[in-house]
Design a protein. Structure first.
Length: 302
């Protein structure tokens, strides 16, 4: 039985608020369940027909491993897609009116598939029209640990009545020349290619964009807005601490949401069962060190 299957029925939820912004977070993976602004729900609410999740946090790996495996010091280990933290009960360790932190410490089950002792925290904070999501990872082992970390929040579209999915676009905060990560049919990394943007900044949304699965970009501007010229509500993701931005919804479907995903690293390369110490892009955290990173959502009403 998976961690999620074993714990989802017992996971509690916690609420915080600041002015017109309200957030609900589950103990299961410290996943956001609801993000409301002036009474309007912004977060995708999950639907088995498209995608059951809402905003999982990804640790200690992002994406897939070839054959679900990697090696470390001559031993082979297995990890599911996006790691196990999203399916683990996390303990709320600090809660105030507008902020909350959750903690998960390595245990016998996590060490069986990921042999690195750690403490992993996810902290949420609200201010005027702004959500902050902060990750803290402490290496409590004797050797360096290697990991990927990131977010996977989905936002329901349209955000305003009377609009449709195609009325929306993504606009980077400044002109940039991102490169798209190329994936195989099995969703493993093959290389990169240029990904031109309209007017140097804009990506009009269309369901067919995702027929090849996620669009993962490198070398963007570090911030991107989800908006419509016809709408009264839009949001901006600041992912400047992360080298990659994932953009996704269910492939081959007219799914009424889009995910904006800050990633620290990429999935495994095609056809390789990789030595985790040699995979490009993973965070290497030495004994006793602490990793910190965060992303932000700013909501604006026109």
């Amino acid at each position: 039985m998976s961690r999620r299957a074993a714990t989802s029925v017992t996971a509690a939820a916690w609420d915080i608020a600041f002015g017109s912004l309200k957030l609900r977070v589950s103990e299961l993976g410290a996943e956001m369940l609801s993000l409301r602004f002036a009474g309007k729900e912004l977060l995708w609410q999950g639907d088995e027909a498209f995608w059951r999740d809402r905003a999982p946090n990804l640790f200690p790996y992002i994406g897939r491993l070839s054959r679900g495996m990697y090696t470390y010091k001559g031993k082979t280990y297995r990890l599911d897609i996006h790691g196990f933290a999203k399916d683990s009960l996390m303990t709320p360790i600090r809660r105030e009116e507008s902020s909350i932190c959750f903690r998960f410490e390595s245990d016998a089950e996590s060490l069986s598939g990921y042999p690195f002792p750690f403490v992993y925290n996810v902290c949420y904070g609200l201010s005027e029209g702004r959500l902050s999501v902060r990750y803290l990872v402490e290496n409590t082992g004797e050797s360096a640990m290697y990991f990927g970390i990131g977010g996977h929040p989905g936002f329901g579209l349209p955000m305003d009545k009377g609009l449709i999915f195609e009325d929306y676009y993504l606009e980077f905060s400044e002109s940039c020349f991102p490169r798209r990560i190329l994936f195989s049919d099995e969703r493993f990394v093959l290389g990169t290619e240029e990904f031109p943007l309209a007017r140097g900044r804009r990506l009009p949304l269309d369901h067919r964009l995702f027929d090849r699965d996620a669009i993962v970009l490198k070398s963007g501007s570090g911030a991107v807005a989800l908006q419509s010229d016809k709408g009264s509500l839009w949001l901006e993701l600041d992912y400047s601490g992360f080298p990659y931005l994932g953009i996704w919804h269910t492939p081959g479907a007219d799914a009424p949401f889009v995910c904006l995903e800050p990633w620290s690293s990429l999935p495994s390369r095609q056809g390789l069962i990789e030595e985790i110490t040699e995979q490009p892009g993973l965070v290497a955290l030495r004994k006793g060190e602490m990793y910190e990173n965060e992303w932000h959502i700013t909501i604006t009403a026109g």
